[in-house]
Design a protein around this ligand. Structure first.
Ligand code: SME
Length: 137
């Protein structure tokens, strides 16, 4: 195995690959459970810097996934009451949880500037990505 890269470097590479190769993925990042606190902490990401480096469980799309343990696909962010806006250019969002030994440890979060861009294929693909990530974190 290649031990020359840190976990964060590998996670950043995944973000870069996804953002580069998939046109409708415009912000790609990871949030992880912050120790034993009921909050998420921003990990590696690609895209516009965000003020939301800490997100309490339950808040926004990300915080809701932290408690629901379910994928959350948002075709139109304007339709969501419990949403944290990072950029006014964002139209849609997808968040997929990352499980380690059955425990929800974090998530991949993807924003799109295109309305309603995510299909069930994105969900299956990102679930696969999250499964791979669960093995390296
Ligand atoms: N929109 C997210 C916040 C994180 S930013 O998209 C980077 C939410 O509602 O949880």
């Amino acid at each position: 195995a290649d031990t020359s890269k840190t976990v964060d470097e590998r996670l950043l590479s995944i973000c870069q690959l996804l953002e580069n190769k998939i046109d409708c993925y415009n912000w790609v990042g990871f949030y992880f459970k912050n120790g034993d606190k009921n909050e998420l902490k921003l990990g590696p990401y690609v895209g516009e810097p965000t003020d939301h480096t800490i997100i309490p469980f339950g808040k926004g799309i990300c915080g809701q996934v932290a408690v629901s343990n379910k994928n959350f696909v948002v075709p139109d962010v304007a339709s969501q009451d419990n949403y944290i806006a990072c950029s006014i250019t964002v139209k849609a969002e997808i968040v997929i949880p990352i499980f380690v030994n059955g425990e929800n440890m974090g998530q991949i979060d993807i924003d799109s500037n295109t309305p309603d861009p995510f299909s069930v294929e994105d969900e299956r693909f990102l679930e696969f990505v999250c499964e791979q990530v669960s093995k390296i974190i």
